[in-house]
Structure formats: structure tokens, C-alpha cells
Design a protein around this ligand. Structure first.
Ligand SMILES: [Zn+2]
Length: 166
């Protein structure tokens, strides 16, 4: 198989090569700010990758981008947490096993044992999982910086996971 963006040879399970994906994250996800998020999931992600994002996740991403443009910081983190959990659980069900553990930490452990993602990626999932627990506690509010950085991390994870062919 070849990268759909640059034509380089890549493993058959991927849509874009990792250098193209990293460049996309640097150029499209990293610069996201409330003032420039009047875009949609469809406009944000490359077509071939967007085609691999389930409709219900796409709708949540559109809401997340709206929350970001309206500077609804805590809502951004709550939506990010929901998107993260959904995409990771879907990935688990599709690639690892139909019986997805109820406990999200166990889901991440299972993905880790499959050995597909780097230790750094798994660590990021774990870090965001803790933030998700925080987001569910009513008294916790999130600052603009925390919120924007969480959105960007989750949107990058979506790109990485959706870059695996079904
Ligand atoms: Zn490429």
C-alpha cells in the first residue's frame, strides 16, 4: 500500500504515512485556537481520514469545535473526553475484541498489550483518561490553556486512530 497523501510505501493497515500524519497535526491541529475554529470535522481532517471517522464521532467533533469557538472551556474538556472514550472503545471493538471492558483503564491496557501504539501514545491516553475522570466531577472547572491543549490532544488521537483502515 502507499500513503494516500505522498505515495510512499506504508504498511497496508494505514491510510497516510506517519510523517504526513505528523505534518498534518503540526499544521492543522496545533494552530487551532478559539478564533480559527469556525470549521467542521470534515474541513479539518484530510478526506481519506475523515471518511474513516464514524458519523456520531464526526457530530461530536463538530460540537467540540463549536464549544472551542464559543470559549466554553469546561464543555470542551467534557466533549473531548467523550470523543476520546468513544473512539478508543470503537477501536478496541474493531481490532482487539468484541467484548470491550467496562472500565476504561482496562480498555487502554488491552490496546497497550496489542503493541500497535507507542508507549508515548499509551501514556497520553492514560493522562487524558485521568482528565476525563476530573471532567466528570461537577466542581472541577478548566482553564483556557488546559482546555485548548486537551482538545488538540484528542483531535490528534482521532487522526491517529482513524488513520487505521477499517
Ligand atoms: Zn505520506
Amino acid at each position: 500500500m502507499v500513503c494516500e497523501n505522498c505515495g510512499r510505501n506504508i504498511p497496508q493497515e494505514l491510510i497516510w504515512c506517519i510523517p504526513c500524519l505528523s505534518q498534518f497535526i503540526q499544521e492543522q491541529i496545533e494552530p487551532l485556537r478559539p478564533s480559527n475554529t469556525d470549521e467542521s470535522c470534515q474541513a479539518l481532517y484530510p478526506e481519506a481520514i475523515n471518511a474513516n471517522i464514524a458519523d456520531y464521532i464526526e457530530k461530536d467533533i463538530n460540537e467540540l469545535l463549536d464549544c472551542l469557538s464559543y470559549e466554553l472551556w469546561t464543555a470542551c474538556v467534557v466533549m473531548s473526553a467523550r470523543i476520546l472514550e468513544t473512539i478508543v472503545r470503537d477501536y478496541y471493538a474493531a481490532k482487539i475484541g468484541e467484548e470491550v471492558p467496562i472500565n476504561f483503564a482496562q480498555v487502554i491496557k488491552g490496546i497497550n498489550s496489542a503493541g500497535i501504539f507507542s508507549a508515548q501514545f499509551i501514556q497520553l491516553l492514560d493522562e487524558l483518561r485521568e482528565l476525563r475522570n476530573d471532567a466528570m466531577h461537577g466542581e472541577r472547572r478548566f482553564s483556557p490553556d488546559e482546555s485548548i491543549s486537551t482538545c488538540k490532544k484528542v483531535l490528534a488521537i482521532v487522526a491517529f486512530i482513524a488513520n487505521f483502515r477499517d
